[in-house]
Design a protein around this ligand. Structure first.
Ligand code: ADP
Length: 565
């Protein structure tokens, strides 16, 4: 542990002794969500928690937003486990809490094992238990397991991070930094998405009104380490923080997971920031709303409700609410002005997230009033224009429909262009190299398609072109691939709709003849189904065009969509 461990609330033991004992304990491998909570218990961000809440504490937090001793604490923090773990333990047992690789982080002495009423919890935390009206409720009901454990924690090691170590400050570190800087008023600034000029002006205005410096704390932690966006987000925040006057801002990242629980979450974030040493906390009028990025302006919680709740409790929590006022860019004034004073009659400029995304995708101009080149360049790294993104061409159709022929022509065309590396994942090649043990059962066919999809997604993510040409007769696995690959770049589904009669006539591989003679079973289109895709980007019936014409059709589509130029 670092030097600050003696200040910590949670008792840290010598690693060696506890490690030896822990061999005999039941282990729980914490997922990313649970690791976030554990880290914040261990580093004191959840002060005064010394472990996970037991039933009584939990109920008190739900009903009154207070711990049993009366301290304001609006969010329940227990360890959710499945039946298998709960069946293996009893009260007073010790449990080894490990990370996803099995590395020992802490030991929990179980004081409570209880089954929460999750609907009731949702109702108290989110204000509704309906997963259809609130995405946070859906996420909660879906991902949190059914049994909770409470009890004290003995720490051994903080969850391990290799990225951005220098800005993962613990509360004791931020306390020290604030006093080194001579800061008395410190205004906590909770950040999720990338920020631009407007957010700088809004936060500066709030900081001036409160007369203090800003502690900007973006949330990280739930994304996969291989996720480009995590690195981009942090680098954008770093570029953003450099735009403030000197000695006005400190940035540190926090593994605080988002719940989208509106006012309660805002109050909870304020309590956590107080523990980091902040005296004030910036709250937006739609703070932690599940729809705060919705372009239509739809909101779940009443505007201003989060600000009111944080303010209501500020004497008790010891952290004051500072409203984050909406600002807009006025062309006449060539600056950001408060939306409520003086914006009337002015030419206002705004740009939605969707518009920003579109401009990044097509490499269009992003005006200076909106953001700085340093931030935009970081975004461009993660969201390159389409002509620099990788993409997958996923062909589907019956055997003999023309997939391999078209794939080979496209391969040559892309190689000629020399813009990107190209890989051909032809059905037969994949069957030989990647899926040689698989049969043609429905289950194995799906598995085969998902394997192809995984390889294609990696190629696409790294800026290459994957051409896939399996039969892929089922919609479910095609949809799975589409979802996975579209996150990494372009996805173009090409349905070769050539009819079974034409394919039978061609019978390049002789399989239809074998099927007819009863020598082959499970042939797609004969005695195994082919489900046509619901929304393919391109449909080609190869009985009507030459292979070159078919390839040209695909290339035209790619050009039109901006993938090649
Ligand atoms: P698959 O890979 O879908 O099983 P193949 O590409 O191996 O199909 O076979 C398709 C056959 O159809 C080839 O013999 C090819 O020459 C012929 N063919 C005729 N017109 C076309 C076209 N427009 N596109 C692709 N193949 C075509």
């Amino acid at each position: 542990m670092n030097d600050y461990s003696e200040n910590l609330l949670v008792h840290f033991r010598r690693v060696e002794s506890l490690k030896d004992e822990a061999v005999n304990y039941v282990s729980v491998d914490l997922n990313k969500r649970q690791l976030c909570d554990l880290e914040l218990i261990l580093n004191r961000a959840y002060y005064p928690l010394k472990g996970y809440m037991g039933r009584e504490e939990y109920e008190s937090v739900l009903d009154q937003m207070r711990l049993t001793d009366g301290t304001v604490f609006p969010m329940p923090v227990s360890l959710d486990v499945g039946e298998k773990v709960s069946a293996a333990i009893k009260v007073n047992d010790k449990i080894a809490l490990r990370d996803e690789e099995g590395f020992l982080l802490a030991v929990l002495t179980v004081s409570d094992i209880f089954k929460p009423d999750k609907k009731r919890e949702a109702f108290h935390i989110f204000g509704t238990d309906d997963p259809e009206t609130h995405p946070g409720v859906k996420q909660f009901l879906h991902s949190v397991k059914d049994l909770y454990l409470g009890g004290l924690i003995e720490g051994i090691h903080y969850p391990i991070h290799y990225d951005f170590k220098d800005i993962r400050f613990t509360p004791s570190e931020t306390h020290r930094k604030f006093s080194q800087n001579g800061w008395r008023n410190i205004i906590g600034f909770h950040v999720e998405g990338p920020l631009h000029c407007r957010e700088k002006e809004m936060s500066l205005l709030a900081a001036r009104e409160a007369g203090g410096a800003i502690f900007m704390q973006p949330t990280v932690g739930l994304k996969h380490p291989g996720d480009l966006d995590h690195y981009t987000a942090v680098r954008c925040h770093q570029a953003f923080a450099k735009k403030y006057p000197k000695n006005m801002i400190l940035m540190g990242i926090i593994p605080l997971r988002k719940r989208s629980a509106g006012p309660r979450e805002a109050l909870w974030q304020a309590v956590v920031r107080r523990n980091y040493g902040c005296t004030h906390f910036m709250v937006a009028e739609d703070h932690a709303d599940p729809f705060d990025t919705d372009p239509s302006g739809k909101r779940f919680y009443p505007l201003g409700a989060a600000q009111a709740l944080v303010q209501q409790y500020q004497n008790e929590t010891g952290i004051r609410m500072v409203p984050l006022k909406r600002m807009v860019y006025s062309e006449e004034r060539a600056q950001y002005i408060s939306e409520t004073d003086g914006a009337e009659g002015m030419t206002i400029k705004e740009m939605s997230r969707e518009e920003l995304k579109r401009r990044l995708e097509y490499d269009l101009d992003i005006p200076e009033w909106f953001s700085w080149p340093e931030v935009i360049n970081e975004l461009k790294h993660a969201h390159p224009p389409r002509y620099r993104q990788g993409f997958t061409i996923f062909m589907t159709g019956l055997s003999g429909a023309g997939k391999s022929t078209l794939a080979k022509i496209l391969l040559v065309k892309f190689l000629e262009m020399r813009h990107r590396p190209v890989t051909l994942l032809d059905g037969d090649i994949v069957r030989r190299n990647l899926s040689s043990e698989l049969t043609f059962s429905r289950e194995h066919r799906d598995l085969n398609i998902k394997r192809i999809g995984f390889v294609a997604s990696e190629i696409t993510k790294n800026g290459g072109i994957a051409i896939c040409a399996p039969i892929a007769p089922y919609e479910e696995s095609r949809r799975y691939n589409r979802e996975m690959i579209s996150k990494c770049g372009g996805y173009i589904e090409v349905y070769l709709s050539t009819s079974i009669s034409v394919c039978e006539q061609r019978d390049r591989k002789g399989i239809y003849a074998k099927a007819k003679a009863g020598k082959m079973k499970g042939v797609t289109g004969v005695d195994d189904p082919y489900v046509p895709p619901a929304n393919p980007e391109i449909i080609i019936d190869t009985s009507e065009v030459t292979p070159e014409e078919a390839a040209q059709e695909v290339l035209l589509y790619l050009e039109e969509q901006g993938y090649i130029r």
